[in-house]
Design a protein around this ligand. Structure first.
Ligand code: AMP
Ligand code: FE
Ligand code: FE
Ligand code: ZN
Length: 298
């Protein structure tokens, strides 16, 4: 069998349900030879994943997924090969996590006003697996709406995570509170300085026209974009083909990943997404070759 990879996965460091070590173990069991851990707004799971990767002989690429503001709303940037020393990036991520914690408190308050009897402590209990955090500490877990969804599910308010989003947590729901997004120029500068490989995550999920997407990619490339996440669980064949054509037109690299979240997104599997992904190791080789040409460490 051809060697397979997955360059977009989430763990309990953000809104995934498997610990970093569990994700690495599952990747090894699935027969993958490399994965990137790309939690939202945190680098916290990376060390644990790398240790497990070394133990099992599976390559773990240090990644992160950041949410930035655009004219068309939230856009996600995937950073790969994030270095161990990235103080400015860590500081920005810490601020984002603090905002996430405040936002989740406000969402819970909104739900309480709607008569939904859940508490913020229950959300923390889900995220921290019943460990307590000291008040005032910067939360190290990147908290998100999926943690609230898990509480709604536990308490029987909904029967699935997707129902939690459609009924209570989606942007058109009364309890919704917008997330703080970073300025794209700031993020690109931080990632350039860190010598990370910068990819536009799941471009097919941006609610925009093809024309806007192409212009935005050109704009990001001027800011240091290296590649597009061409292969993603939510991309159909037509979208994948369009994105592949854009990588050729603009000489961008190709990336791909499932966006695995464990039980938070039960229909998405490591390495194969919804069964629609074939992520060969040549994708990783291409990204590494680009880094070599840039003189970046691998
Ligand atoms: P947040 O970052 O707190 O706004 O939460 C966004 C996260 O929720 C995404 O990264 C997904 O992991 C998850 N998510 C968004 N929409 C849905 C949905 N309809 N069903 C399940 N998970 C979702
Ligand atoms: Fe997520
Ligand atoms: Fe994303
Ligand atoms: Zn993701």
């Amino acid at each position: 069998m051809k060697m397979q990879i997955d360059l977009h996965t989430h763990t309990t460091a953000s809104d995934g349900r498997d610990t970093p070590a569990e994700v690495v173990r599952k990747a090894a069991e699935t027969g993958l030879c490399a994965i990137a851990i790309t939690d939202h707004d945190t680098l916290d799971g990376l060390a644990e994943a790398q240790t497990e990767g070394q133990r099992l002989g599976l390559e773990v690429i240090r990644g992160c997924e950041l949410s930035v503001h655009s004219e068309q709303g939230e856009v996600h940037i995937l950073a790969l090969w994030v270095p161990h020393e990235a103080a400015k990036l860590e500081e920005a991520l810490g601020t984002l996590r603090e905002h996430r914690a405040m936002r989740n408190m406000h969402i819970v308050e909104g739900l309480q006003k709607m008569g939904v009897a859940i508490t913020y402590d229950e959300v923390l209990a889900v995220a921290y697996d019943r460990e307590t955090i000291t008040e005032g500490d910067t939360p190290s877990i990147s908290l998100g709406r999926p943690h609230i969804a898990a509480v709604l599910l536990q308490k029987g308010y909904v029967s699935s995570v997707s129902e939690a989003f459609s009924k209570y947590l989606g942007s058109d729901c009364p309890a919704y509170v917008a997330k703080k997004l970073l300025d794209v120029k700031e993020v690109m500068a931080l990632l350039r300085e860190a010598q990370a490989t910068i990819c536009l995550a799941h471009p097919g999920l941006i609610k925009c026209s093809q024309e806007w997407l192409e212009k935005y990619i050109v704009y990001l490339q001027e800011l240091g974009l290296h590649g597009l996440e061409v292969y993603h669980s939510t991309h159909d064949e037509a979208m994948t083909d369009r994105l592949l054509a854009l990588t050729k037109k603009y000489n961008l690299s190709v990336s791909g990943g499932s966006d695995y979240h464990g039980a938070s997104k039960p229909t998405i599997f490591l390495g194969c997404g919804k069964g629609n992904l074939r992520l060969g190791v040549e994708i990783l080789d291409g990204l590494k070759e680009q880094r070599r040409q840039l003189g970046y460490p691998i």
